[in-house]
Design a protein. Structure first.
Length: 393
């Protein structure tokens, strides 16, 4: 990369590439994108890989983002997508100088963005670093992708102290880790303020259900649906809202088990605005989603996690979530218990979100500025010039 001569190195915006491909990435990168875009010292470009298409377009519109670069998706499988994405990313990084590539989380898009930058020796900033289950099959392939990004990233922005400790245990240098909070809370604050998201439900509200993870495909979907049918029969006055994933391995069993039940409403997947409103109006959330585990506490809604483990143990430690897996009896027992015991329910309502205070993007931007923006003295050294003492005063 050719470096500009001083004083240009000080005053020119630092070029940063932000890579996203899926709905969760867009949500969690959007507040950081807006923070960097208005800070003055950075020139941030948003790249969309095309991993999610229609869902991604909806989220980008919600957050007033128009991608600067859009890749062409190659193939339908994750392997074909990853190969095509990597080729296009490498060509882009070869054409333009970048001071940093920012990726988020544990998706194929994040991994390909990080790997392409690593091969070009461009520093990688990993947002939401350090989440671990230490089980490479749960969630699959996300756990493996997140760990691999962690090996090649230069800047690790951990959302919580626990995720920082996970990185330290893997011998990541302490000076390269910053605990910032999770940008998902920043995104919620941004969207609630600008799109008027607030509780509109009267009474108890609905039970919100989502399920999509690969490790729950097959018998687990049947078990969860059977539990929901049991609950719907035992609590006929409790409305159940289930936005159903479009994948046939989820969509088919859910509609077969739950279609036609009078108090169960099966819908298309909700966009981000509708999902935040559904959370605001919820009494309880049943989900295998990592994002909803982080978002529900903002609205004080307890979560029953339809998984055997979670890479977000903070929500368990805070008492606002509980692991129930895909076990029919355990799911029904816990829902009925919370429905009957108001004190137990109140004990699971978070007073604050354990994942952040809405200022994570500000902290990340400040750390990146310190690391990437050259001081006047550093810029002079880079360009081979010299600055007199008066100029530095």
């Amino acid at each position: 990369m050719l470096l500009p001569s001083w004083p240009d190195a000080v005053h020119l915006p630092v070029p940063i590439l932000m890579v996203s491909g899926t709905r969760p990435e867009i949500i969690k990168l959007a507040p950081l994108y807006h923070q960097l875009s208005r800070c003055g010292w950075a020139r941030v470009a948003w790249l969309h890989t095309g991993q999610h298409s229609q869902m991604a377009d909806q989220i980008l519109t919600c957050f007033d983002i128009d991608p600067d670069i859009s890749l062409v998706r190659a193939g339908d499988s994750l392997l074909e997508f990853g190969m095509g994405c990597r080729v296009q990313l490498d060509a882009l990084l070869d054409r333009s100088p970048w001071a940093c590539v920012i990726v988020q989380g544990d998706t194929e898009s994040a991994f390909q963005g990080a790997l392409a930058a690593f091969y070009r020796q461009i520093p990688v900033a990993h947002i939401e670093a350090g989440l671990r289950t230490h089980n490479l099959l749960r969630p699959f392939p996300e756990e493996g992708l997140r760990q691999m990004i962690g090996r090649i990233a230069k800047f690790h922005f951990s959302p919580t102290s626990r995720s920082r400790q996970a990185l330290l245990a893997e011998n990541v240098a302490p000076h390269s880790i910053w605990t910032t909070g999770n940008t998902v809370v920043d995104a919620q604050e941004w969207i609630c303020k600008r799109r008027d998201i607030q509780r509109r439900a009267t009474g108890r509200g609905h039970m919100l259900v989502t399920m999509h993870r690969r490790e729950n495909w097959g018998d687990d979907i049947d078990h969860v649906c059977a539990a929901i049918a049991d609950i719907a029969a035992r609590l006929p006055d409790l409305p159940v809202l289930f936005p159903v994933h479009l994948n046939p391995v989820v969509h088919g069993p859910v509609h077969r088990h739950l279609g036609g039940l009078p108090n169960v409403r099966l819908t298309q997947p909700l966009d981000y605005l509708a999902m935040q409103q559904a959370l605001a109006d919820a009494w309880l959330v049943l989900t295998d989603s990592g994002g909803l585990q982080e978002e529900a506490p903002t609205f004080g809604v307890p979560v029953l996690v339809l998984r055997e483990e979670t890479e977000r143990p903070e929500v368990l430690e805070a008492g606002c979530a509980m692991l129930v897996g895909a076990h029919r009896q355990a799911i029904m027992d816990q829902v009925l218990h919370l429905h009957a015991d108001a004190q137990a329910y109140r004990g699971m309502q978070a007073s604050v979100n354990p994942f952040g205070d809405g200022k994570a993007s500000q902290r990340i931007a400040a750390h990146l500025e310190s690391a990437l923006r050259p001081s006047r003295q550093e810029a002079s050294c880079l360009s081979g010039g010299s600055i007199c003492a008066e100029e530095l005063a």
